[in-house]
Design a protein around this ligand. Structure first.
Ligand code: RM4
Ligand code: MN
Length: 392
């Protein structure tokens, strides 16, 4: 592996071209099964969600795409929605499928024992690809709530076969520049088995499908203590990392702001990304947020999240890789660790503030958004209608 010392100009160029995709659902109301606290000014439709996402891009300059969730973001005319996004300076991104909110899916979707239900789920996924054709989106993101609650409830191996059969139909429908990215999650809503519980299962299914199937790492979907950067390194090595759903968690899947619970973990993940070329424009690794903001205001929380990813990236770019490689080769355990920690402990906020200024942005995006009056305006204007939520 050839490594070069980090050049300030290269670091700046990478930080300027980094792209972070926003989830439309972060702007709607969300909560727990105990209570959803509605917020003033929350979007009533996908058009308003995109307008809010465009605000995040306006102040950060690195979040120019918005992921949609179908059917939450279903509209009659996707071309019109794409034009609306473009008029606000953003574009539509990944299409996220939803096979977990229909009564038919009580025992699963693409793994369901009944072929009729499997067909219904597959048809939804095919419809999502039709939408991708209309929006120009590249990625179909698959997350399945499929699984079982009780030992003996269904055949574990049979469900894997059904999964493979269903995914094959969807994969074969992908256009030449389209991909499917398969997310895994340890548990919930299923409590005994989950059909795609880990990166191994996702990888095996993707490998059987072909090169356009890649694994998505949702940082919140692991058991406590899981070494996520190991997964990142392994998938990059195999060219099977499709992207990230960034968020953070203290306990289970609580979708807190990325970098909030464990900024060191985010740094370690970004360090593997830097080493593995995941930040290169043609890497095929999508950096997305998958979060919800239950008690904090949503637009500034998304801005903060983008900044957290930028800070972890900037720190990872500070790592003196030639020195690290030399320390590793000579068995200098403490030296190697110190090189990594030096980068993590550096304050990259002045660097990022300077880059923003050179990009014509305010050095403090959260403060600039706060001064803009946008939050007050949407609270005033968005009255009547039903606020968007997860439809759960
Ligand atoms: C799931 C998974 C998906 C996301 C939904 C809302 O747990 O993380 O990526 O689309 O939640
Ligand atoms: Mn996710």
């Amino acid at each position: 592996m050839t490594v070069t010392a980090p050049e300030r100009s290269t670091i700046e160029a990478t930080l300027r071209t980094q792209r972070i995709e926003l989830p439309s659902w972060a702007f709607g109301n969300s909560g727990t099964r105990f209570k959803v606290f509605a917020q003033a000014g929350v979007p009533r439709d996908p058009y308003e969600k995109i307008a809010d996402a465009a605000e995040v891009h306006r102040y950060t300059g690195v979040a120019p795409t918005v992921a949609l969730h179908i059917p939450w973001d279903k509209v009659d005319d996707y071309k019109q929605l794409a034009d609306h996004a473009r008029s606000l300076g953003v574009a539509l991104g990944t299409i996220n499928s939803n096979t977990f909110q229909d009564n038919d899916y009580m025992f699963g979707s693409v793994c369901h024992p009944d072929a009729r239900v499997r067909r219904k789920a597959v048809d939804h996924l095919l419809e999502c690809i039709d939408i991708m054709d209309a929006t120009g989106s590249q990625d179909l993101k698959l997350w399945f709530a499929d699984g079982t609650n009780y030992p003996g409830q269904d055949d574990i191996r049979g469900r894997q076969d059904r999964l493979a059969e269903s995914l094959r139909i969807v994969y074969d429908r992908l256009g030449p520049s389209q991909r499917m990215v398969l997310e895994y999650k340890l548990f919930e809503p299923s409590f005994y088995t989950t059909d795609v519980p880990d990166w191994g299962t996702s990888l095996v299914q993707c490998m059987a499908l072909g090169p356009k199937a890649k694994v998505v790492i949702d940082t919140g979907h692991h058991a406590p203590g899981t070494n996520i950067e190991f997964i990142v390194a392994s998938l990059l090595r195999l060219d099977r990392l499709g992207g990230f759903d960034f968020n953070s968690r203290f306990y289970a899947d609580d979708d807190l702001m990325v970098g909030a619970a464990d900024p060191f973990q985010l740094f370690r993940i970004m360090h593997e990304c830097v080493k593995g070329g995941a930040l290169d424009a043609d890497s095929g690794v999508a950096f997305m947020l998958d979060q919800c903001h239950n008690i904090e205001p949503k637009i500034p929380a998304q801005i903060r999240s983008v900044m957290n990813v930028q800070e972890a990236t900037a720190k990872a770019l500070q790592v003196d890789l030639p020195a690290l490689v030399a320390a590793q080769a000579s068995g200098d355990v403490l030296g190697a660790n110190a090189i990594l920690m030096d980068a993590y402990d550096s304050d990259v906020r002045p660097l990022l503030a300077g880059i923003r200024e050179r990009m014509g942005l305010d050095p403090d995006p959260v403060a600039a958004y706060g001064r803009s009056g946008y939050a007050e305006r949407i609270a005033r204007e968005r009255v009547g209608g039903a606020q968007a939520g997860w439809g759960a």
